[in-house]
Design a protein. Structure first.
Length: 186
């Protein structure tokens, strides 16, 4: 069973809460500021609802070109940016050259880097002969086998820079670019 004192206490708390809400909603006379608008309280003797008060005289003054009230540099009835002051005109003489034509910025930008064309060789493997490593390459275009040590030039255009366990670094003699070619399986 529920204690009678507990039920009484809850009832009194709800009654106090209800009285507080009723007094809060019913209190206050005159104008209250709600989100920047002045709102009039309804007179309990009249049937008028609370209506926001908007300064329409400011709108009429702004449209007629008269002075408008501006608070903190802002006016709700003026839209857009303020017009820029006119530039002073300069007298044009016969010696003044015409202004240069506008420059297209896109044409000044360097062209995007293109992808490097492939070397046209595949790394097949490495041979060891008397302590020297020899890289074995397969040419894509002529299907010939190329081989050489570090520093050797093969196919008159590729220089073998470094021979590793699973890759070889090859330099294109014409463009001086170095590319790593990994060992490819079947």
């Amino acid at each position: 069973m529920v204690n009678r004192s507990r039920v009484t206490l809850v009832a009194l708390a709800l009654l106090a809460l209800g009285l507080g809400v009723w007094s809060w909603l019913g209190s206050g006379s005159g104008a209250r500021a709600i989100s920047g608008l002045a709102v009039r309280q309804a007179d309990p003797r009249s049937n008028e609802a609370a209506l926001p008060r908007i300064g329409l005289e400011r709108l009429k003054a702004a449209q007629s070109g008269g002075p408008a009230e501006v608070e903190a540099g802002r006016d709700l009835f003026r839209f857009g940016r303020a017009p820029a002051p006119p530039e002073p005109s300069r007298p044009v003489s016969a010696m003044t050259p015409p202004p240069p034509p506008p420059v297209d910025v896109a044409s000044l930008a360097p062209p995007p880097p293109t992808a490097a064309p492939p070397f046209g060789v595949k790394y097949v493997g490495t041979l060891e002969q008397r302590g020297n490593k020899i890289a074995v390459l397969l040419s894509d275009d002529k299907k010939e086998i190329l081989y050489g040590r570090e520093g050797d030039t093969v196919a008159n255009r590729l220089k073998i820079v470094k021979i590793g366990l699973e890759s070889v670094e090859v330099q294109d003699i014409g463009s001086e670019r170095v590319r790593r070619i990994p060992l490819k399986g079947n």
